[in-house]
Design a protein around this ligand. Structure first.
Ligand code: MD6
Ligand code: FE
Length: 220
């Protein structure tokens, strides 16, 4: 996969420290959720106790290497019938666990910081990566309304996030996401292709030998 390293000079940089524009509408907020991370991590434990992580099957029949679950009114699911949001966990038949209040507060604050005031997510997709897990280039386009941004919070091991463009084979930036980083993504970049390179080995003091990514969406 071709790519360009994210070095400061490549980016349109804002005045504020820790804030880098990836494209019009997409902002990387370095360390924005670092103080919230322990509380978010507690919430992740509660969510996965109620709705265990699982490897979904793509419509093409492949088992995803990322393990996923959800909280909030809607949850993202994939199976042979396609990708969609559902109110109930298909594994248990129960509604997805409620979104912990701290989750929505962090997502709302990050969105506002990025220029998207009033973000009210109804879905939080929890993605768990262990070493060698990757997420191939994709667009997030199963939400009903693309006016709202997506807010992505990284916990645990670092990962290289690939940030492309409108077309699948557009050049990609490589964004080194760390524990506590947030990416807010909307407007003209809302449908840009993106993915995650295979996770490297490591041990994070809070999260262990894994990376957990939370993506908040206004899905329905
Ligand atoms: C991840 N994130 O970082 C995967 N999608 O683990 C995504 O696929 C993603 O970070 C839409 C917007 C932001 C993201
Ligand atoms: Fe995505």
């Amino acid at each position: 996969m071709s790519g360009t390293s994210v070095v400061t000079a490549d980016l349109f940089e804002d005045q504020r420290a820790g804030r880098e524009a990836l494209a019009p509408g997409a902002v990387w907020l370095r360390g924005h959720a670092i103080d919230d991370a322990p509380g978010l991590w507690d919430g992740v434990q509660q969510v996965i106790a109620a709705a265990p992580l699982r490897h979904l099957i793509t419509p093409g029949g492949q088992r995803m290497s990322v393990a996923m679950t959800n909280c909030g009114r809607l949850g993202w699911v994939s199976d042979r019938r396609g990708y969609r949001y559902e109110t109930h966990d298909p594994e248990s038949g129960h509604p997805w666990p409620a979104m912990p209040p701290a989750f929505a507060a962090v997502a709302r604050r990050a969105a506002e910081e990025a220029g998207y005031a009033g973000f009210a997510p109804d879905a939080c997709l929890v993605n768990r990566y262990v070493p060698r897990t990757r997420l191939s280039l994709h667009q997030d386009r199963d939400e009903r309304d693309y006016a709202a941004p997506i807010v992505s919070v990284s916990l645990g091991l670092p990962a290289t996030f690939l940030f492309g463009g409108r077309a699948r084979n557009d050049k990609t930036l490589r964004v080194p996401l760390q524990h506590g980083d947030v990416v807010v993504w909307g407007g003209p970049a809302r449908l840009y292709f993106h993915g995650v390179l295979p996770l490297a080995d490591g041990l994070h003091p809070l999260v262990g030998a894994q990376r957990v990514n939370l993506t908040f969406r206004a899905a329905g």
